[in-house]
Design a binder for this molecule. Structure first.
Ligand code: F0G
Length: 417
């Protein structure tokens, strides 16, 4: 059976078969995206199908990604590598919401995935694509979560995993997973952007399947976050989605998913999307704010190491999506990230620093009047609290002063005999 999908260059429109291993356009180097036949999908009554699958007990439809298979990757079930990802909680309230000044602020906790970050949604699809394309080794550059996820999914189906990470500054919870799942882990002398350049060269040279979000199938799986949120909300569309931005794959996926739902008539309202960057790793924000050409940040830095990225590969896709939904880009300081984190954690929910950009950013956009008090807002928490215990503990011990952060809402342990 032929695949009802194609790959298409986001810049020049050139089309390619999905059976080819390709991440960029061979003529203009633009990124590729998966094109679904939306006319055909429009006729399928997908919403009813997704509702029927909601309580499925077995794979693939019990997965919060494969439940939406037709809109993601309609591959044969034998190719699917799944750990039953997704099905994460959408928290309705907590003190984080008062802190942000919003009456209807929900948090989708993607840290509740099998390897404790949102990456599992893209990875189940990426590793299944690797199988579809008959690859037996996969590789990625990572600030930690992508590598943890890739190593797990590769191990679960007997593939080899090759990982490039920046030397130092990768959170221990993540490094620990990569090693535990037997990923061949190379700590390079350089930052994430250097690792990204290196892994692309190595994949080309040695014919290894690249699983960063430059891979169009990663983006497809990632879209399931928004499908699942909307299904949890009975397909009522919120006013805003707010999420952190690093390599900018996740927000590109979210807007692509929304756009497809809109085009096939499952939703009729377009929500706005806010992408939040750390002040010291903010190339998209600067471009957005100053309305100038994209320029990489030469020396990215932030306590939110997951998004310590200066040259995000998906900036064009991201921008296209933000423009489509009348979205915004905001930045938050190190102090704002960690204080917002204290609120997310203190609500009993908990998340790693990068995730908490969602709450810090919402608070800022509320203060500026961009978001209204009664807007319905969904924030995405991208990773689990335990991914980065050091950041949390040093905040509560008030030992982050050298990074310009005070433990404003600290809860230090008391020494008793
Ligand atoms: N939050 C967390 C916890 C992340 O790990 C990442 C990205 C992001 C947000 C940003 O998402 O890159 O799609 O804009 N982590 C990647 C990694 C880069 O290697 O794990 P993005």
């Amino acid at each position: 059976m032929s695949m009802p999908l194609e790959l298409q260059c986001v810049d020049c429109g050139q089309k390619y078969s999905v059976k080819q291993i390709l991440y960029q356009c061979t003529s203009c180097k633009g990124l590729l995206e998966v094109k679904h036949d939306l006319e055909r999908l429009r006729k399928l009554n997908l919403k009813d199908l997704f509702e029927e699958r909601w309580n499925a007990k077995t794979l693939p439809y019990s997965s919060g990604v494969w439940r939406y298979k037709e809109l993601i990757f309609p591959v044969n079930d034998e190719c699917i590598v799944s750990r039953n990802e997704g099905n994460t909680n959408l928290y309705k309230s907590g003190k984080y919401a008062q802190y942000a000044g919003l009456d209807n602020f929900m948090l989708k906790h993607e840290g509740e995935n099998p390897t404790a970050s949102f990456k599992d949604r893209g990875m189940t699809c990426g590793v299944s694509a690797a199988r579809f394309l008959e690859a037996n080794s996969v590789a990625c550059a990572s600030t930690g979560n992508t590598s943890a996820s890739m190593a797990s999914y590769a191990a679960s189906c007997g593939m080899k995993a090759l990982i490039f990470i920046p030397d130092g500054k990768i959170a221990y919870g993540k490094l620990c997973q990569a090693l535990a799942y037997n990923g061949k882990t190379l700590q390079i002398q350089g930052n994430f952007d250097d690792a990204m350049t290196m892994v692309q060269q190595v994949c080309d040279q040695y014919n290894i399947y690249l699983l960063n979000s430059i891979n169009p199938f990663r983006i497809e799986g990632q879209k399931a976050i928004v499908f699942e949120i909307l299904q949890q909300l009975d397909w009522q569309v919120p006013d805003w989605f707010v999420m952190p931005g690093g390599n900018l794959g996740n927000n590109s996926a979210l807007t692509k998913g929304l756009r497809e739902l809109y085009e096939i008539g499952i939703i009729s309202k377009i929500p706005r999307v806010a992408v939040i960057q750390a002040e010291k790793s903010n190339p998209l924000y600067r471009m957005w704010k100053e309305k100038k050409d994209f320029e990489p940040h030469p020396d990215p830095d932030t306590i939110a190491t997951a998004i310590k990225i200066g040259n995000p590969v998906s900036w064009k896709k991201s921008l296209k999506g933000i423009e489509w939904c009348d979205g915004v880009v905001e930045q938050v300081s190190e102090q704002e990230i960690m204080d917002a984190k204290a609120m997310v954690d203190g609500s009993g929910i908990g998340a790693e620093p990068a995730s908490c950009c969602s709450v810090a950013g919402a608070r800022k956009l509320r203060e500026k009047g961009v978001m209204k008090k009664d807007d319905v807002v969904v924030g995405v928490l991208t990773g689990h609290l335990l991914k980065d215990p050091n950041a949390t503990i040093y905040y509560h011990l008030d030992e982050l002063k050298d990074q310009g952060i005070t433990g404003a809402f600290r809860n230090p342990p008391l020494q008793v005999e």
